[in-house]
Design a protein around this ligand. Structure first.
Ligand code: GAR
Length: 224
C-alpha cells in the first residue's frame, strides 16, 4: 500500500483485530493484553502466535483468554522456514494489525507486503543505534549515557522502519546491566500500549522515513 502523504491511520476500522507474535517471556505481550482488557489499546487482540512452544507468552495468553497458537517454525533459527501457515492463521482470524513483541525471527515477503504499514515492532534501544540481538547489553557495553526503546513500523531490514514512538532512559553512573534491563522493560511496557493506541486511533502519514501524526504533541520527547 502506498501511503505517503495520505491519511494512513487505521481509524476507518471500527476495532482493528490485532495478533501479537512473541518468542519468549512475553512481558510486552502482557502489557498489551492488559491495555486491551482495560479497553485502552484501540483494538482487540485476537491471537498470540509463537515460534517457540515453550514460550511463557503462550501461558500468559491463555490466562488472558486469548487464543495461543504455535504454527510450524521450521529448522532455521533466525527466520520462519515457511511463512504460509502463519499468514493463513492470520487470514483465518481476519487480523488487521500484527504486533511483534520479542519475536526473534526476521519476516520476509510476502508477509511484509501483506501487512505493509500494519506491522509494528518494539526494540530495546534508541534506533537506529544498537539493532539486533542483546540491544540492552550492546548499549551498556558501549557506555552510552542515554538509551531507550523504540516502537516502529517494520521494513525488510533488521530493526528498521519509520519510528512511531521512542522513550529515553538515562543510564546511571556505573549502573548494572540487570538494573538497566529492568528499567528498560518497565519503559517498554508503558511505551508499547501507548504507541499502539495512538497508531490505531490518530491520523498519520508516512513521508519518506518519517511517520507523522496529525495530532498535537506528536514530537514530544518522553523520558523513562
Ligand atoms: C523486549 O525487550 C523486546 O524489546 C526485545 O525482546 C524483549 C522481549 O521481552 N525485542 C527485540 O530485541 C527485537 N529485536 P518479552 O518477551 O518479555 O516481551
Amino acid at each position: 500500500m502506498k501511503c505517503a502523504k495520505l491519511d494512513c491511520g487505521v481509524r476507518s476500522m471500527p476495532s482493528p483485530r490485532i495478533a501479537v507474535l512473541a518468542s519468549g517471556n512475553g512481558s510486552n505481550f502482557e502489557a498489551l493484553a492488559a491495555a486491551h482488557a482495560a479497553g485502552d489499546l484501540g483494538g482487540s487482540i485476537v491471537a498470540l502466535l509463537s515460534d517457540n512452544p515453550q514460550a511463557y507468552a503462550l501461558e500468559r495468553a491463555r490466562r488472558f483468554g486469548i487464543e495461543a497458537l504455535t504454527p510450524p517454525a521450521g529448522r532455521f533459527r533466525t527466520k520462519l522456514e515457511d511463512e504460509a501457515p502463519w499468514l493463513a492463521a492470520l487470514e483465518e482470524r481476519e487480523v488487521d494489525v500484527v504486533l511483534l513483541a520479542g519475536f526473534m525471527r526476521r519476516l520476509h515477503a510476502p508477509f511484509l507486503a501483506r501487512f505493509a504499514q500494519r506491522l509494528l515492532n518494539i526494540h530495546p534501544s534508541l534506533l537506529p543505534s544498537f539493532p539486533g540481538l542483546d540491544a540492552i547489553g550492546q548499549a551498556h557495553r558501549h557506555g552510552v549515557r542515554v538509551t531507550g526503546c523504540t516502537v516502529h513500523l517494520v521494513e525488510d531490514a533488521l530493526d528498521a522502519g519509520p519510528i512511531i514512538a521512542q522513550r529515553a532512559i538515562e543510564v546511571g553512573e556505573g549502573e548494572a546491566l540487570e538494573r538497566l534491563t529492568h528499567r528498560m522493560h518497565e519503559a517498554e511496557h508503558a511505551l508499547y500500549p501507548d504507541a499502539v493506541k495512538r497508531f490505531l486511533t490518530q491520523p498519520w502519514t508516512v513521508d519518506g522515513r518519517r511517520l507523522l501524526f496529525a495530532d498535537a504533541g506528536a514530537n514530544e520527547v518522553s523520558h523513562g
